[in-house]
Design a protein around this ligand. Structure first.
Ligand SMILES: [Zn+2]
Length: 501
C-alpha cells in the first residue's frame, strides 16, 4: 500500500509542507526516488537503505517507489531521510502514519538520526499547517520546542521511531520551552572600559538612539574596533520576536548549537576579503543568509572599509535602504532580514597616520584626494554619522576616569527610541525626506541648516543626513523641537570632502 508521511521543505525563512509517499508494490526489484533534486537522490537512497537494514527493519524486496510531492518544488538537503524511511516501513507494514504527525532528520548509515538545519523554521511552518506531533533529531529538539502547540519528539534513531509508531515504546516528548527575556541584556564589551574618546562615545550613543549608520575614521590603534564592539551593549535588549528572528537565521545555518535563544544582539565583523555572496547571502541551490542577515537585529562592523571589494559594498546599498535582502537563484527566490546598524571603520589616509599627534602622514596630496574620493562612494550616502577617532595619549589610558557604563547609556538610548517609535513608528535613521518633513520639522532652525548647506556645498543627501541626526540629538534630550545646538552638533558628524557635490 501507499504510505504518506508529512515533512517540510525550507525556502529561506519559509517552510512548505511536503508529502513523502512510499509504495512497495509487486514488481521488479528496484528503489526509485522521485521528486528530489538530482544531486541528492543517490546519496539519500544509500543512507535510507542502509539505515533501514541496520535498524533491524526489513527493506522491501519488491519494487519500491518513493515520491516527494509537490514535484514542482526544488527539494534538496538530507532532512527527508527520516520521513522517507518511516514511509517505507509503514508502506511495508500496510499501516498509515498517525494523523497530524511530521518527521524531519538525516539518517546515518547505522540508523541514528542526525541534526539538520532549519528545524525551528520547519516547526513553525508545520505547526501553522495543523501538525501536532513532530519527530526531530535530538540535536534540534530545543529549537523545535520553542514553537507553541507542538508535541516535539527527539529521535535518537530510526528503530526507536518505529517502536513508537508500532505502539511498543513511546518516545518521550520535549516540553514546550519558551524562555522569558532577561530584564537586562548581557553585555560583552562595556563602554566603561573605553577611556577618553568622548566624541566617539557620543557618536555611538547617537547611532544607537536613532539607528544611524556610523563611520569611524582614525589611525591604527585608535580603538575603532573596541568602540564598534560596544554598540550592541547600548542597544535595547532583544524582544522575544527579535530573538526568534535571530534564532531562525542561526537555525537555517545550522549554528544554534543547542542554545535556541540568545539575548545578546548580533555583532558581525566580516573580513574585508569576504565575497559578495558571503556578505549579502547566496551560494549554490537555495541562497543561504550572508553576514548582513546574521547581523540583523544588531551590528555589522566593516573594518578597513577601503579594502572591501567594491562590488560587495555596492551590493549593500539595497539592503541598507530596505532592511532586507532578496536573492534569486535558479532554485528560487528568498528574502532574508537585514536590519542592522552599519559601523564602518577606515584609516584617515592610506598610510593611516593623517591627523595623528605623534606620527607623520607620508601620503601625497594626490593620493589623499584619491583615497577620500574612493570612500565618498554611494555607500557613504547611507551613513549619517562620521566621526574622527584619535589615538588617546598613553597617559589617558591610565589617568582618565572610566566613562559611563553601557547600562547607563542604554537607558537614554531606550528612552530616545521610545519617543521616535511613538511619534513616527520608526527610528530617525529610517526617515526619508517626506518622513522628515512630516515628523521632524526644522522650524526656526531651517535657515541655519540651509545656509550651512549652501556655503559648504552639501548635497541633498548630506542635508537630510544632518537633519535626521539633529532630530535624534533632540530626542536624546527629550526636546520637542530641533534647536540650533542640535543642528550644530549634527553638522559636526561629517567628514568634509565626502559631502561635497
Ligand atoms: Zn597618510
Amino acid at each position: 500500500m501507499v504510505a504518506s508521511v508529512v515533512s517540510c521543505l525550507l525556502r529561506g525563512l519559509e517552510g512548505r509542507l511536503v508529502e513523502i509517499q512510499a509504495d512497495a508494490s509487486v514488481g521488479k526489484n528496484g528503489f526509485f526516488l522521485v521528486g528530489l533534486a538530482d544531486a541528492s537522490v543517490k546519496e539519500a537512497r544509500e543512507r535510507v537503505r542502509s539505515a533501514i537494514r541496520n535498524s533491524g527493519l526489513e527493506f522491501p524486496k519488491q519494487r519500491l517507489t518513493v515520491n516527494l510531492a509537490p514535484a514542482v518544488l526544488h527539494k534538496e538537503g538530507s532532512g527527508f531521510d527520516l520521513p522517507m524511511a518511516v514511509a517505507i516501513a509503514l508502506s511495508l507494514a500496510g499501516r498509515p502514519p498517525p494523523e497530524g504527525t511530521a518527521f524531519l532528520g538525516e539518517l546515518a548509515l547505522d540508523g541514528s538520526v542526525r541534526a539538520v538545519p532549519g528545524v525551528l523554521i520547519a516547526a513553525q511552518a508545520l505547526a501553522a499547517q495543523g501538525v501536532e506531533d513532530l519527530f526531530v533529531p535530538e540535536g534540534n529538539a530545543a529549537e523545535a520546542a520553542l514553537v507553541d502547540g507542538l508535541v516535539v519528539r527527539p529521535c535518537p534513531d530510526l528503530a526507536a521511531v518505529m517502536r513508537h509508531l508500532n505502539g511498543q515504546t513511546a518516545l518521550p516528548a520535549q516540553a514546550w520551552a519558551l524562555p522569558e527575556p532577561p530584564g537586562e541584556a548581557p553585555v560583552d564589551d562595556d563602554l566603561a572600559e573605553v577611556h577618553g574618546q568622548e566624541a566617539a562615545r557620543r557618536a555611538l550613543e547617537v547611532a544607537a538612539a536613532g539607528g544611524h549608520h556610523l563611520l569611524l575614521s582614525g589611525p591604527p590603534g585608535a580603538g575603532k574596533t573596541m568602540l564598534a564592539r560596544c554598540l550592541p551593549g547600548i542597544l535595547p535588549p532583544l524582544t522575544l520576536e527579535e530573538a526568534m528572528e535571530v534564532a531562525r537565521i542561526s537555525s537555517i545555518l545550522g549554528e544554534l548549537d543547542g542554545v535556541p535563544l540568545r539575548w545578546t544582539r548580533p555583532f558581525r565583523s566580516p573580513h574585508h576579503g569576504v565575497s559578495t555572496s558571503g556578505l549579502i547571502g547566496g551560494g549554490a541551490g537555495v541562497a543561504r543568509p550572508g553576514e548582513i542577515s546574521r547581523a540583523s537585529g544588531g551590528v555589522l562592523f566593516l573594518d578597513e572599509l577601503a579594502e572591501f571589494n567594491p562590488a560587495a559594498l555596492q551590493a549593500l546599498r539595497q539592503p541598507l535602504e530596505q532592511g532586507r535582502v532578496t536573492i534569486t537563484r535558479t532554485a528560487g527566490t528568498v528574502t532574508y532580514p537585514a536590519r542592522f546598524i552599519l559601523v564602518a571603520a577606515t584609516n584617515p589616509c592610506p598610510c593611516g597616520w593623517a591627523g595623528d599627534h605623534l606620527r607623520r602622514c607620508r601620503c601625497s596630496p594626490g593620493v589623499l584626494d584619491l583615497y577620500q574620493r574612493a570612500l565618498s562612494g554611494p555607500l557613504l550616502d547611507r551613513i549619517d554619522l562620521r566621526v574622527n577617532v584619535t589615538r588617546p595619549p598613553l597617559q589617558a589610558l591610565s589617568s582618565e576616569p572610566a566613562g559611563e557604563s553601557s547600562a547607563v547609556v542604554r537607558q537614554r538610548v531606550v528612552a530616545a527610541r521610545g519617543r521616535q517609535l511613538a511619534r513616527q513608528g520608526c527610528l530617525n535613521g529610517a526617515l526619508r525626506p517626506a518622513g522628515l518633513r512630516a515628523h521632524a520639522p526644522l522650524g526656526s532652525v531651517r535657515p541655519l541648516l540651509e545656509r550651512w548647506a549652501s556655503e559648504r556645498g552639501l548635497t541633498a543627501r548630506g542635508f537630510h543626513r544632518s537633519w535626521r541626526v539633529a532630530r535624534t540629538l533632540a530626542d536624546l534630550e527629550e526636546a520637542p523641537a530641533i534647536a540650533e545646538r542640535h543642528v550644530l552638533e549634527a553638522l559636526g558628524y561629517r567628514l568634509d570632502t565626502s559631502d561635497a557635490a
